[in-house]
Write a protein of this length. Structure first.
Length: 416
């Protein structure tokens, strides 16, 4: 099954390449407004998907333990799932989206494949309490369809209301979906707190882009980016440095959130006021996440459009695991999201993202004379190199070093 899927994708890519085309995949998350009946059916589908996932996993384990064989998805669907649906005990499975149940089986298979490739630990059963409230359905015969700007048709659920779209990106993508220029492959429906979402996996066929040859790179379009907590990104292009601050409305929302969280801590746990405050915090957190995402999209688009090679440090958050507060601050800052967006936006244009090794001490090297100042405290924004006397701004110096290191990696310069 897995092999067949991969072969089909390969074959498709080859055919497209012959026509000078390629596949571009990405996602779109939209807030859903199901009515009570639809919300109930979503919950039911989540439960049934989890049940089928667990049953197939149990059967597959048992099959292996008893017969040393591997119960394939196709066999399970045909010989177990179909009869189950007609049984009295599990007849309720017929009431939910059948594609969601198929995807649940395929997820078990994917989990096994990742395990065999050493990417995951052995597949685990999903507990009702801990598992995310989510299920995924597949596009088959136009069963998923965006209708106008305000609703989406989903299997079994029918027409579900959509939140009004505020960002240009979302409006643009929805328009292209309606025009049939972007295809929906999958839809993941999820519930977080009191809110519902649909996350669409999309496919667009675009002109094939050849990767830009390094020898053809315009060196003035190679930039180094240093990510920071106060200044979100410090960007150096070899002559100038741009300090990109987080936009003011995000900072304001974050301050408001901190205030609400302090207030919450003073309220009596489980009182009515406590619950109210907690809901308020949850919706503000969601709002901030959307603001950050929008910011990351805008900045990454601009940088990817204006440059050819972007050099950054690897984000080694795992290595910072011991300092939990720092790790949280870094993940909250949205660096991963930004780097992810930037990477695919560069690749779409045949451009390059160079990630430096995480141990490269960009902040402690003088970008003028390359002297390493190991003892330099990172608390000082400004410092003077004791060897060559150059005055540095910490983040700018780091961005210059990152850019130079990237240029050297590409063989475009050599650092003395
Ligand atoms: Zn120096």
């Amino acid at each position: 099954m897995f092999m067949a899927k991969r072969m089909a994708v390969k074959e498709k890519n080859r055919l497209l390449a012959d026509q000078g085309k390629q596949v571009k995949n990405y996602g779109l998350v939209l807030r859903l407004y199901p009515n009570d009946e639809q919300a109930e059916l979503i919950n039911k589908t989540v439960g049934c998907s989890r049940l089928v996932y667990n049953m197939y996993l149990a059967d597959r384990k048992e099959d292996y333990e008893e017969h040393g064989s591997s119960l394939s998805v196709a066999k399970y669907k045909k010989e177990v799932l179909v009869p189950l649906k007609s049984s009295e005990e599990y007849g309720f499975l017929k009431e939910v989206d059948k594609f969601a149940l198929e995807v649940a089986c395929e997820n078990v298979d994917d989990a096994y494949n990742r395990f065999f490739k050493g990417q995951n630990s052995f597949p685990q059963f999903r507990s009702k309490r801990k598992a995310k409230k989510t299920y995924t359905t597949k596009m088959t015969n136009n069963n998923i369809k965006v209708i106008g700007c305000s609703s989406i048709k989903l299997p079994k659920l029918g027409k579900v209301g959509l939140a009004k779209q505020k960002t240009k990106r979302n409006k643009y993508i929805l328009k292209k979906i309606r025009e049939g220029r972007i295809r929906i492959l999958k839809a993941t429906i999820s519930q977080k707190g009191a809110h519902y979402y649909v996350s669409l996996t999309l496919e667009e066929i675009v002109d094939k882009v050849e990767p830009l040859d390094i020898s053809q790179v315009d060196i003035s379009k190679v930039i180094g980016i240093d990510l920071g907590l106060k200044t979100f990104a410090t960007v150096n292009d070899g002559t100038e440095t741009e300090f990109v601050k987080k936009v003011k409305y995000i900072t304001e929302s974050e301050e408001k959130l901190a205030k609400l969280q302090r207030k919450l801590s003073r309220k009596q746990v489980d009182s009515q006021n406590f619950k109210k405050a907690r809901n308020k915090i949850a919706s503000l957190q969601e709002h901030i996440a959307n603001q950050r995402k929008d910011f990351a999209h805008k900045l990454s688009s601009r940088i990817a459009n204006e440059n050819q090679v972007v050099v950054m440090e690897s984000l080694n958050i795992k290595g910072m695991g011991r300092n939990r507060r720092l790790a949280k601050a870094i993940s909250d800052a949205g660096w991963h999201q930004f780097q992810g967006f930037l990477k695919y936006k560069l690749e779409w244009q045949g451009k390059h993202l160079i990630k430096l090794a995480p141990w490269y001490a960009s902040s402690k090297i003088c970008s003028n004379c390359q002297e390493k100042h190991i003892a330099l405290s990172l608390n000082h924004r400004e410092w003077v190199c004791s060897k060559c006397g150059t005055a540095h701004e910490r983040d700018e110096n780091a961005a210059i070093n990152i850019r130079n290191q990237g240029l050297e990696t590409l063989g475009l310069i050599s650092i003395a």
